[in-house]
Design a protein around this ligand. Structure first.
Ligand SMILES: NC(=O)c1ccc[n+]([C@@H]2O[C@H](COP(=O)([O-])OP(=O)(O)OC[C@H]3O[C@@H](n4cnc5c(N)ncnc54)[C@H](O)[C@@H]3O)[C@@H](O)[C@H]2O)c1
Length: 259
């Protein structure tokens, strides 16, 4: 006897870009637990975590390459004929002011964080139209609302992703395609660990970060996966065009004096 898969995403086909990074990997894992068929698109099978023993089917995908995006989408079309969920989690960060940012670096971060989201969404749309449960989840950031010092280009990319999310939601809502962005604060992934100043251990960096949050903790990839899973599921059927901040209260609080 064959058993139907159980879970909020049973039988749904999902593509997660950056699917081998800290957040993307947790999303892939959660989607599989919920019964989805998961494709993890990333530059290499180890991604930022460097280990290939990760969930879902790996699809080699540079989101800045129109050809590679088209090839990845064609592979999903050939196997399943539709796509239900697209998660645009691929992203890079650069710790620089605008004076320190070369034009090449500016173009690179725009290409990955903004153009990548544009390209995967553009080429996924025909497959998403074949779904009765289509949902796109982009990765913005609280840095798209308020700025961390020395993250100028990164902040600009996330602001662009927020605006693109709203625009896509308006254009494709009438076709039954929901588009939302998740806007994480400090999430304990390789990207955040790189952000701690040189000479500060991951443990001390984490303690420092925790202290400035109302909840006195930073987020985990599982926290991200929980929200992304909800946005992908039918429970979120009325949710579109929104920017879902997940930051332990960080952006709700005025900066505290430290004495
Ligand atoms: N970690 C945080 O605190 C935090 C906060 C706010 C937003 N975010 C956003 O969350 C998303 C995931 O970040 P993360 O923390 O998991 O980072 P991460 O560095 O662990 O993962 C990012 C993944 O994207 C992949 N990637 C980079 N360039 C790519 C490209 N051209 N094509 C395909 N894949 C590419 C990397 O290989 C990596 O696996 C990013 O968009 C990031 O900006 C993270």
């Amino acid at each position: 006897m064959t058993r139907e898969p159980a879970g909020a995403l049973a039988g749904r086909v999902a593509l997660v870009t950056g699917g081998r990074g800290g957040a993307g990997r947790a999303v892939c894992q959660r989607f599989l637990t919920e019964g989805a068929i998961v494709f993890a698109g990333d530059l290499d099978d180890g991604g930022s975590l460097g280990t290939p023993d990760a969930p879902g089917t790996f699809l080699r995908l540079d989101v800045t390459s129109e050809t590679e995006v088209q090839t990845a989408i064609a592979a999903i079309r050939a196997e399943h004929g539709r796509l239900d969920v697209l998660v645009n989690a691929a992203g890079i960060e650069m710790e620089l002011t605008i004076e320190e940012t070369s034009l090449e670096q500016w173009n690179r971060i725009m290409a990955v964080n903004v153009t990548g989201t544009f390209l995967t969404s553009k080429y996924a749309l025909p497959l998403l139209r074949m779904s009765d449960h289509a949902s796109i989840i982009n990765f913005g950031s609280y840095d798209g609302y308020i700025a961390d010092p020395k993250l100028a280009a990164y902040c600009a990319t996330k602001g662009a992703v927020h605006a693109l999310t709203r625009a896509m939601a308006c254009d494709h809502g009438p076709e039954g395609i929901r588009v939302n962005a998740i806007c994480p604060g400090y999430i304990d992934t390789p990207m955040l660990q790189q952000f701690y100043p040189e000479g500060v251990s991951a443990e001390n960096g984490r303690a420092e970060a925790e202290a400035v949050h109302p909840l006195r903790t930073i987020g985990t990839p599982t926290d991200i996966a929980n929200l992304v899973n909800w946005l992908a599921s039918d429970e979120a059927r009325y949710a579109t065009g929104q920017l879902w901040v997940l930051d332990g209260g960080l952006s709700a609080q005025i900066q505290q004096m430290r004495f």
